[in-house]
Design a protein around this ligand. Structure first.
Ligand SMILES: [Cu+2]
Length: 463
């Protein structure tokens, strides 16, 4: 099991510094800002051992083997990736939560052409925000994501607080039958409700993995819910866990983890204070549903470091523009169920049904044509999305390209979180404010992929 140890990284850089090979020297010669070599992300089909019942065929991923790589980039530094497609269908990559140029957003036809079999596409951008993000295709999404193409992406800030170790968890399910092979991606009757759940639950493609972490140490636990359906209610047993960031952005005030709901597309950064005794195990649990379910375990190793969560410095705020609420224009968005009708076929893969709508318009799939944008926004102006969920189900609504601030909810007290995905609960009305500071066409959709692909998708245009 991998253990990403911040302390080891720091040791390595301290040694480099002692020999004068630090960032300062590289910067002096202009090397630090040079365009980086692209990281090759080869989309491919493979097999994986996910369940005891057999090796699963038709896994889709990037890289040489197994789970998509955890990508690391640095806030404010250029990053480049070359997608090469060896799948037998088109694909793209969307960088969920990154506020980057529209042409890098990875939505076929809206922001870029398909990347066909045998072709490649170069992505290059500079992530403006630090935090925990993720990446996935925006093509034939239920299949490609459902078969494995969901990866975690970390943007580091050199001023991030120092932890004793870091553990990254990519949480997702798989729809496998008793023989370990993929079964139908969804059931229409479930798509019209919560979405269709997977049958095998994993963290980093393992069931209930256990990772070693220093006893008495402070662990940065970075969690991304990359599943197509499941909403988690997370709890930590056996260790103190403090929420330090949500959806890539620091929380206004840290709070203890207590049954926090996290939906598809969302991320959670925890500071976990490991138990002092060697061998003690802390368990991350999902208590949503009828039975608590172990997600992953952390086992204390070594002599206690006797750290205190109060020792952690604050995470830096990301440079997200503050909306001007006095001048902000309101955009009402009603999330509703729709009378079932056959959608227009979409070459990006329709599911063949429509169950959902935004402002009464059900969308066929990922592609915008021929539907007009929900709203045309003026570059630099402030807006308030007034989302109202009139369905009996929860919807994680994701806005591409810009981050919003949560202003208010009709059903609960909310903190002014900065985010890209908000979990709108049944009968909830929520106000999300943002500055339309990124030109282009930006998707706004539910991240329960069956909802996304049966009507609950639209887009805003910023000009
Ligand atoms: Cu939904």
């Amino acid at each position: 099991m991998p253990l990403f140890t911040r302390r080891n990284l720091l040791k390595a850089s301290a040694v480099a510094g002692a020999y004068g090979v630090g960032v300062g020297i590289a910067g002096k010669f202009g090397l630090a800002e040079a365009a980086p070599e692209p990281q090759v992300l080869k989309a491919l089909k493979t097999t994986a051992s996910l369940a005891d019942s057999g090796v699963t065929k038709d896994i889709m991923t990037w890289g040489d083997a197994g789970m998509p790589p955890v990508l690391r980039m640095t806030k404010g530094k250029p990053f480049a990736a070359r997608l090469t497609n060896t799948l037998d269908e088109p694909t793209t990559i969307h960088w969920h939560g990154l506020r980057i140029a529209n042409k890098m957003d990875g939505v076929p036809f809206m922001t870029q052409p398909y990347v066909y079999t045998g072709d490649s596409f170069d992505y290059a951008f500079t992530p403006p925000d630090a935090g925990t993000f993720w990446y996935h295709p925006h093509c034939n999404t239920l299949t490609q994501m459902g078969h494995g193409m969901t990866g975690v992406l970390l943007v580091e800030d050199p001023d991030d607080p120092v932890f004793d170790a870091e553990v990254v968890l990519n949480l997702r399910d798989w729809r496998l039958g008793g023989d370990g092979q993929f079964i139908a991606a969804f059931r229409p009757r479930d798509a019209a409700k919560t979405g269709t759940y997977g049958t095998v639950r994993t963290a980093n493609w393992y069931q209930e993995p256990q990772y070693d972490a220093p006893a008495g140490g402070l662990i940065r636990l970075r969690i991304a819910v990359t599943d197509v359906t499941r909403i988690f209610s997370l709890k930590m047993e056996g260790a103190e866990a403090t929420v330090i960031a949500l959806d890539g952005n620091p929380v206004p005030k840290r709070f203890p983890l207590d049954l926090l709901l996290i939906g598809p597309g969302q991320r959670l950064d925890l500071a976990v204070r490991m138990p002092d005794s060697e061998g003690a195990v802390a368990t991350l649990e999902d208590i949503r549903g009828t039975m608590p379910k172990t997600i992953a375990k952390l086992c204390a190793v070594g002599t206690s470091l006797k750290r205190n969560v109060g020792d952690l410095t604050a995470l830096g705020e990301n440079p997200v523009a503050k909306p001007d609420l006095s001048a902000a224009q309101k955009i009402p968005l009603i999330l509703s169920a729709t009378a079932e009708s056959a959608p227009v076929d979409s070459i990006c893969g329709t599911l063949g049904y429509s169950f959902w709508a935004i402002n009464k318009v059900p969308w066929p799939g990922d592609t915008p044509d021929p539907t007009a944008p929900l709203a045309e926004l003026k570059l630099g102006k402030s807006y308030i999305l007034q989302l109202e969920n009139v369905t009996p189900h929860t919807h994680p609504i994701h806005l591409h390209g810009m981050s919003f601030t949560v202003l208010s909810s009709s059903t609960r007290k909310v903190e002014p979180l900065v985010s890209d995905t908000y979990l709108v609960q049944p009968d909830e009305k929520v106000q999300l404010a943002f500055v339309a500071d990124n030109p282009g066409d930006w998707l706004l959709h539910c991240h329960i992929i069956e909802h996304q692909k049966t009507g609950m998708t639209s887009y805003v245009r910023v000009v």
